[in-house]
Design a protein around this ligand. Structure first.
Ligand SMILES: C[S@@+](CC[C@H](N)C(=O)[O-])C[C@H]1O[C@@H](n2cnc3c(N)ncnc32)[C@H](O)[C@@H]1O
Length: 301
């Protein structure tokens, strides 16, 4: 039976409303430059089976990552965005499981096809659920691997503004010259980016979107224009939108029809230039002159 899919009019975006394993098996070896995704964490979200547990997470991710390695071009990148599996206030850091899965798969592969980890990016955000029996969680991670040791990394494309751009060397041969790079600084492996909660401009009816800027940064520094990017767990299609903005081709899979419909609408809106989008700008500290930023008189701290 033919796979259910949507193809954008310019043919750069293809999204399947299917199980990703079914779709990936039909994609040609070494045809994808970058894979960016966030799989289900098996914590009882509306798109998960209630019986899904850590073993389901391991089994699904192992099968999908194996296929992803086959599809990646030599030097291509795989970026796996995960948080924590949480049950009764006990947490499992899913990136540790992903690391172990990748090491296990690596033992079966020739050296030049193995995945090498370059960064464990900490994505930190200011808001979320407030825990009562542990510290409130305010970060997730992105594991960035490449297929082999030779890879593209265009740092200049993702530099961010320096805190003190006017700082100069005070002595030595460069005295009086600016000490920072005029193109901005390395964004580091800690990214402070608001998560997509109710009032975020990018919010759709999908319960767990990541912000566009996450795949956008990865796409900019790890691929060239026209390259193919894959997201096997597309959700609301955030990676597809980042591809449209950055002029890359996209292949995605989303198993649930209601989210597939959200992706189609977002893609159409993006091509029409109507996609609500928070640009890649630093988070602004609260203005202490604003009333909401001041401590109410009856607060005890
Ligand atoms: C964490 S969400 C991804 C959210 C996405 N990053 C975004 O910004 O919207 C994971 C998605 O994977 C989908 N999914 C789960 N199992 C799948 C499978 N086997 N094949 C394709 N999609 C799947 C779920 O329905 C869910 O929408």
């Amino acid at each position: 039976m033919a796979l259910k899919k949507y193809i954008s009019p310019d043919k750069t975006i293809t999204v399947y409303n299917e199980d990703c394993l079914k779709v990936l098996s039909k994609i040609e070896d070494k045809s994808v430059s970058l894979i960016v995704t966030s799989p289900p964490y098996c914590i009882g979200k509306e798109y998960e089976n209630l019986t899904d547990d850590i073993d389901s997470f391991k089994n699904l991710n192992k099968s999908v990552i194996k296929e992803c390695i086959r599809l990646l071009k030599p030097g291509g990148s795989l970026c796996w965005q995960v948080g924590f599996h949480i049950k009764n206030s006990v947490i499992v850091p899913l990136d540790c499981l992903i690391y172990n899965i990748v090491q296990e798969i690596n033992t079966l592969l020739p050296k030049d096809e193995q995945l090498l980890l370059h960064n464990r990016i900490v994505w930190t955000f200011g808001h979320g659920l407030n825990a009562e029996k542990r510290l409130s969680g305010r970060y997730e991670t992105i594991m960035w691997f490449t297929k082999g040791p030779e890879y593209l990394f265009d740092l200049d494309s993702i530099r961010v503004p320096q805190k003190y751009p006017g700082k100069k060397y005070s002595h030595g041969p460069k005295a009086g010259q600016y000490s920072g790079n005029p193109l901005g600084k390395n964004p580091t492996d800690v990214w402070d980016i608001p998560n997509v909660k109710a009032n975020h401009v990018e919010k759709t009816n999908h319960p767990c979107q990541f912000p566009i800027v996450i795949p956008q940064r990865l796409i900019k520094c790890l691929t060239n224009k026209g390259d193919v990017v894959l997201d096997p767990f597309s959700g609301s299609g955030t990676t597809a939108i980042a591809c449209i903005i950055e002029e890359r081709k996209f292949i995605g899979c989303e198993i649930k029809e209601c989210y597939f419909d959200i992706i189609k609408k977002r893609v159409t809106d993006a091509f029409d230039g109507n996609i609500p989008y928070r640009p890649d700008v630093p988070v602004i500290e609260p203005d202490l002159n604003q009333k909401v930023a001041q401590k109410p008189g009856d607060f005890k701290w």
